[in-house]
Design a protein around this ligand. Structure first.
Ligand code: TIU
Length: 230
């Protein structure tokens, strides 16, 4: 089923059977106090605005039976997949792997590494554990999208200018149509959020499109699109 979506720089049509919702790094480490985001000196409360819109989009996408993919940034407990240049930043007590109130910072399996309860993956929804900022780097995301014949990514998550932007740029270069739902993304820096969205949609949509979650929700059919088309 094809839907028409209001977006910038221009409206577009999406084949929902070939579209996936990808929710980037909505992890406790970024959104809650005591995690990686705070260790980097950020006000983590700035990310809270994205949670409710993401939840609405997640519910609607589940209802419409879209493919839904979650990502988490983090590293193996022995940090063998974390570059030294990434670890050796900031005060030693606040670095990746250091113990914090939610376990070791940005380490897989620790409470802080997991996705916030409001957006927790349902059974069967793939979770991509990524060592970098981009969701394609050193993961099987491209293979998974290829096997599902996905050509469009609807992108939500944090932070707008870091992992969301990096993933959109990676996806765009791989031939994917990337649509970022702006109000489902957030940054520790409001002006970076705005700039991050502006960069995507500038120059005729140089990396992709930016849309409002409400416009996506209105465009989605209430029916079971994936099964209807299969
Ligand atoms: N620091 C920051 O803005 N972001 C990250 O480190 N990772 C993600 O964006 N997920």
């Amino acid at each position: 089923m094809k839907i028409a979506l209001e977006a910038e720089p221009a409206p577009l049509e999406i084949d929902l059977a070939r579209a996936a919702l990808i929710i980037i790094d909505m992890q406790r480490d970024f959104l809650e106090a005591g995690g990686f985001g705070e260790a980097l000196g950020n006000d983590v409360s700035r990310l809270a605005a994205a949670i409710a819109p993401c939840r609405k989009v997640l519910d609607a996408a589940r209802h419409a039976r879209m493919l839904i993919i979650h990502t988490r940034e983090g590293h193996r407990p022995d940090l063998s997949d974390a570059p030294r240049a990434k670890i050796e930043r900031g005060a030693p007590s606040m670095r990746i792997g250091a113990p914090g109130p939610m376990g070791r910072i940005l380490v897989r399996g620790e409470p802080g590494h997991d996705i916030i309860p409001e957006l927790y993956p349902a059974p069967g929804e793939p979770v991509i554990d990524k060592p970098g900022k981009g969701a394609f780097y050193q993961t099987d995301l491209a293979l998974l999208l290829q096997n599902h014949a996905i050509e469009t990514l609807v992108v939500c998550g944090v932070t707008t200018e870091v992992c969301v932007n990096t993933t959109v740029r990676e996806g765009n270069d791989r031939g994917l149509r990337c649509i970022v739902l702006g109000d489902c993304c957030a940054s520790y820096f409001p002006h970076f959020h705005e700039a991050g969205l502006a960069m995507i949609k500038a120059q005729g949509g140089i990396f992709g499109w930016v849309a409002k979650s409400q416009d996506f929700l209105v465009a989605l059919p209430a029916s079971e699109c994936r099964q209807a088309i299969a």
